[in-house]
Design a protein around this ligand. Structure first.
Ligand SMILES: Cc1cc2nc3c(=O)[nH]c(=O)nc-3n(C[C@H](O)[C@H](O)[C@H](O)COP(=O)(O)OP(=O)(O)OC[C@H]3O[C@@H](n4cnc5c(N)ncnc54)[C@H](O)[C@@H]3O)c2cc1C
Length: 484
């Protein structure tokens, strides 16, 4: 990208204009609000100069026009629980927080459509549609905090995406405000649409660089009648991986197929003992859903599949409470892993399902060679592994070795036919590695699209194509074990 042009600070004149657009109670400059809105789940703070809470697309359009006139940076924020720093104002300026845009506008069973504003949480949407017998499958584990706007801007996934697909499979239409302040209506509420370019698609995974999503038309599916959940433990990780890779040959597609490796199992037992065997190679959590009769049959196939691949324990939940207990194991993963080191380099590579065994073998070997603990878990059913390189101190030398280790992981994922992010996006955290996954002409085309829509380069600078930090400076610092 071009050299960074210095932008103006948010002065009193700008604050006055912001107040005239949204009202005084929705413009904040007090330090507490600034700090709260200037970080995400990575917990690295880059303070904004002001936070603004607009209540409509028209207000957002006015804010963007004002920001262009004054050449002030704007960073869009959803729930603020991203893992790659996308919502963090790395160059200061204004944070545009979308939490007031939180209306569920319509849920329509006949059309299998929901229309919502971007500040609705994933949990609120799921709860509302399920009450009416429908289902919105994308389910990031951050569902209680993350917003639909953030989910779309990152193309979020979750355990259930194996069968149903990621967020992008559920977006029919979007309204968005361009970086220069035009309001665009893309897509329709119909399942089919071949009318011009799919501009809504351009916004999916755009990480707040191409516009601000203000209204979302989402596809729903009927709520499955029944589901079954099972937990299978394998003595050898390769058996669990082969089981995942072999599932397609079984003729069924589980709704969820989660894997935890031995290091992750031990992290859970250290954090809150659940009786998992520490010597196990890996465990799988498998869920099937659908019509009651077909679920019974699929559950038998799941058991047979696990036995064929030498599971040493197999537990099937008999009711919703037991299913929840199984999922509780998975929910403990993030806090358990965070406690295994001082800095967590948390990445979400994706490889073709058939290459998971190769990827896990590589990680085991890399952990031995580098000396870093690398707990690996995640949505194995769609090849998406959360790989956590845990650093035990904050020395620069350790951090540099950590980022070299991350680079090797990314290179391996790409070599196996995968890519460097399956759902968390690039933000600033993965920007130094983008060239590993995309060709130069591809990156160049993306930059030209960005420049065409945002000629003054004011919306969400310092992300995807450029980073304010060097690779070794990125990482979640665990404040419980803080040493730096
Ligand atoms: C414990 C934990 C578990 C997680 N599990 C998962 C998981 O299973 N699957 C998964 O995919 N992710 C997961 N995540 C990562 C993250 O929560 C999700 O990616 C989520 O989609 C982020 O949503 P958000 O609203 O917090 O977005 P934010 O962090 O606020 O923003 C993310 C990006 O979207 C942009 N953005 C936000 N709103 C808009 C808008 N209205 N218009 C345009 N751009 C916008 C921002 O500028 C930023 O670039 C997890 C995170 C945590 C902390």
């Amino acid at each position: 990208m071009e050299a960074i042009k210095p932008k103006k600070m948010v002065g009193k004149d700008v604050l006055d204009e912001l107040v005239s657009i949204v009202g005084a109670q929705y413009v904040a400059t007090d330090p507490e609000v600034i700090i709260e809105n200037s970080q995400d789940a990575l917990k690295q703070v880059f303070p904004a100069e002001a936070v603004v809470f607009p209540g409509s697309a028209d207000e957002i359009a006015s804010i963007m026009k004002l920001a262009n006139r004054h050449r002030i940076y704007v960073t869009v924020r959803g729930g603020g629980v991203g893992y790659t720093g996308g919502a963090v104002p790395v160059r200061g300026g204004i944070v545009l927080a979308t939490r007031r845009l939180n209306r569920i506008i319509e849920i329509n069973k006949a059309d299998l459509v929901a229309i919502v504003e971007p500040g609705v949480t994933n949990y609120e949407l799921q709860t509302a549609v399920e009450q009416q017998g429908m289902y919105y499958p994308p389910d990031p584990s951050s569902w209680k905090e993350s917003f639909i706007g953030g989910n779309i801007a990152l193309n979020a996934g979750g355990p259930r995406c194996v069968k149903y697909g990621n967020t992008k499979q559920f977006v029919l239409g979007l309204d968005f405000v361009t970086p220069t302040g035009e309001i665009i209506r893309a897509g329709t509420r119909t399942p089919k649409n071949s009318t011009g370019f799919h501009l809504e698609g351009l916004m999916i995974g755009s990480e707040g660089l191409l516009g601000i999503i203000t209204r979302c038309i989402l596809r729903l599916v009927p709520k499955p009648e029944a589901s079954r959940t099972a937990l299978a433990i394998f003595g050898d990780a390769s058996d669990a991986c082969n089981c995942v890779a072999d599932f397609t040959s079984s003729g069924i597609l589980p709704v969820a197929l989660e894997l935890l490796d031995r290091t992750s199992i031990n992290a859970i037992e250290d954090y809150e003992p659940t009786g998992l065997p520490r010597e196990a190679g890996a465990l799988l959590i498998i869920e099937v859903d659908g019509l009651r009769e077909s679920v019974d049959r699929e559950a038998r196939i799941v058991r047979d599949m696990c036995m064929k691949h030498h599971a040493i324990q197999f537990r099937e939940a008999l009711d919703a409470k037991q299913a929840d207990e199984i999922w509780e194991v998975r929910r403990k993963m993030s806090p358990a892993v965070a406690r295994t080191g001082v800095i967590k380099l948390n990445h979400d590579v994706v490889v073709p399902r058939s290459r998971i065994p190769g990827m896990l073998e590589f990680i085991e070997d890399l952990s031995r060679r580098s000396g870093f603990l690398i707990p690996t878990f995640g949505h194995a059913g769609d090849g998406n592994l959360h790989i956590n390189v845990m650093l035990q101190d904050c020395e620069e030398e350790t951090r540099r070795r950590g980022s070299d280790t991350v680079q090797s992981i990314f290179e391996q994922a790409v070599a196996l036919g995968g890519t460097i992010s399956g759902e968390h996006g690039i933000g600033y955290a993965k920007a130094p590695y983008l060239h590993l996954a995309l060709t130069d002409p591809t990156i160049d085309l993306m930059i030209r699209i960005k420049q065409m829509l945002d000629p003054n380069g004011i919306l969400n600078p310092g992300k995807i194509f450029e980073s304010s930090l060097e690779a070794h400076e990125v990482g979640f610092i665990n404040s419980d074990q803080l040493c730096c």
